[in-house]
Design a protein around this ligand. Structure first.
Ligand code: SF4
Length: 316
């Protein structure tokens, strides 16, 4: 029996603009196994958050297939099917402050989510479930009556996690869940997410612009650039044996922890091209020190370079 819980095939999400179609996510494919964390990294605007939202149909995909436990969720039309999908596939947002209604207290924020999603029917069931998830995410009972502005960033994010968990999901998109938090609190939340994953058998798509953060929690890492996945492999190989020139440039900005040193920094020339008019060949062509004539003409496929290490680059 397959261990794959989520398979994304040729997913595209384009947004119409006055200047033309914005190719936010441009034909990406990957799979995630049950209980695994796939890190999705790339600079701001590369399409990683749009990909996460498209997988949950918060942005309706332009094309592609999303198979969750073997079923194509894009074919779900009725409310019942969509509601079931939303129970099983959840999201935790980056900025808990802006994603929480400031007029609701902790209890109401979680209860409201349960009420809207209609999983727990009676007031008693909802009350019990709120208390249960507050305990699971480490929110003290005394905070039930506290409003978001009365809580620190870590506790606000715990509410966001509690809301997502309240429906008993199997899969959660973590969309930059620690980026808005103080560094001192980031580690606490990352540890909590790792513990929850084990105890509740969760699968994560962990989105971040920060490779150092993703490294701590991911089993495999996919690197995105201008709407495309350019490299995907296990977390160790990304750091020890990066293939794609863009991955190498991203890594060059990270300090080597033991000595507080940096690798030789690769400064990329130019800017990221517009996603409204992406290059015809390799999307990284205009900034790549290794580009060849073929790179401007043909987009490289994401190919297996051995042991499940995939890269999209003509350089062999
Ligand atoms: Fe550079 Fe060519 Fe590889 Fe693109 S395909 S990353 S331009 S070498």
């Amino acid at each position: 029996m397959s261990n794959t819980i989520l398979e994304v095939k040729n997913l595209k999400k384009y947004f119409p603009t006055k200047k033309g179609l914005l190719h936010a996510v441009d034909d990406i494919s990957f799979a995630i196994n049950k209980g695994e964390t796939l890190g999705l990294v790339g600079e701001s605007g590369c399409g990683k958050s749009t990909a996460g939202r498209a997988i949950l149909r918060l942005h309706e995909p332009t094309a592609g297939e999303i198979l969750f436990e073997g079923k194509n969720t894009l074919q779900y039309r009725g409310q019942k099917e969509k509601r079931k999908m939303r129970q099983e596939m959840q999201i935790v947002f980056q900025d808990p402050y802006s994603s929480l209604n400031p007029r609701l207290n902790t209890f109401e924020l979680i209860a409201d989510y349960l009420y809207v999603n209609k999983t727990y029917k009676t007031k008693k069931e909802i009350k019990e479930r709120v208390k249960e998830v507050m305990h699971i995410v480490g929110l003290e009972e005394r905070l039930e009556d506290s409003y978001p502005h009365e809580l620190d960033g870590g506790r606000r994010q715990r509410i966001g996690i509690a809301r997502a968990l309240s429906l008993n999901p199997k899969f959660i998109v973590m969309d930059e869940p620690v980026s808005a938090l103080d560094v001192s609190i980031q580690a606490q939340i990352l540890n909590l997410l790792a513990e929850l994953q084990k105890s509740l058998s969760l699968t994560y798509l962990f989105i971040s612009h920060n490779l150092s953060v993703v490294k701590h929690i991911s089993d495999r890492i996919a690197v995105m650039y201008l709407g495309k996945i350019v490299e995907i492999t296990d977390y160790k190989s990304i750091f020890s044996n990066p293939i794609h020139p863009y991955t190498k440039a991203l890594l060059s900005a990270i300090p080597i922890p033991k000595y507080g040193l940096k690798r030789e920094r690769i400064i990329l020339p130019g800017d990221v091209p517009s996603p409204i008019n992406p290059p015809a060949g390799c999307v990284f062509c205009g900034r790549c020190a290794y580009k060849m004539p073929v790179c401007a003409e043909a987009a490289p496929e994401l190919e297996d370079r051995g042991a499940g290490h995939f890269a999209a680059c003509h350089l062999k």
